[in-house]
Design a protein around this ligand. Structure first.
Ligand code: 5GP
Length: 206
């Protein structure tokens, strides 16, 4: 049997569409997925841990990483800087592991052009009201920040046709089923996995 190539899974979608929850479910379902921890210059939220959700860095360090060519992509999102470190991605993919990127549309488009064999998924809500409700319920942003995210949501959704897969998150379990379907189908792509079929069935150990 030949070894499958790792999958670079790009997940985008507006704030409040449920990306984070769906990514957590995906990682629980299949622990071969690694999460790429991005760098950001935004402040840490009370429930976040440095190195887990993000590497929280200052502007100077962000500039240095750009100069050193450490990023696969970087962008300004909701007035803060975010970047995907090559070191979170390259080695794992080369080892045949799969990596999830939770990045905005600017970053998603940049990764699609740099790594055309990535799998791109855009998660969208049933309505803008759903996004608004979700952001209020989450309670991590004030009214002004919520409005900013809703404005960005309109912009992001104009670009969703650039993604390979569009997943409606009308209900969590249903949305998760859709993502699992994508992952299962992508794993069977011939470009990812070319099996060698033996004359006789190989004995199954254990
Ligand atoms: P938050 O600050 O709410 O965690 O994330 C804000 C937005 O930044 C989300 O849309 C998230 O997908 C995006 N984001 C997180 N990390 C990166 C990254 O490394 N690059 C880009 N381009 N966007 C990112």
């Amino acid at each position: 049997m030949s070894k499958a190539k790792g999958m670079l899974l790009v997940i985008s979608g507006p704030a409040g569409a449920g990306k984070g929850t769906l990514i957590d479910l995906l990682r629980d379902w299949d622990d071969s997925f690694a999460f790429s921890v991005s760098c950001t210059t935004r402040g840490k939220r009370y429930y976040e841990t440095d190195g887990k959700e993000y590497h929280f860095i200052d502007d100077e360090t962000f500039d240095r990483y750009i100069q050193e060519g450490a990023f696969l992509e970087y962008a300004v999102v909701h007035d803060h800087r975010y970047g995907t470190l090559l070191s979170e991605v390259e080695e794992r993919i080369a080892q045949g592991k799969s990596v999830i990127l939770d990045i905005d549309v600017q970053g998603g488009l940049a990764v699609m052009s740099k790594a055309p064999d990535c799998v791109s998924v855009f998660i969208y809500p049933p309505s803008f009201q759903d996004l608004r409700d979700h952001l209020h319920k989450r309670g991590s942003e004030g009214e002004e920040e919520i409005e900013k995210r809703l404005r960005n949501a309109h912009k992001e959704m104009q670009k969703m046709g650039e993604y390979q897969y569009l997943v409606l998150n009308d209900e969590l379990e249903r949305a998760f089923d859709r993502i699992k379907t994508i992952v299962c189908a992508e794993r069977m792509r011939a470009s990812r996995y070319l099996p060698t079929v033996p004359e006789k069935r190989e004995s199954i150990e254990n």
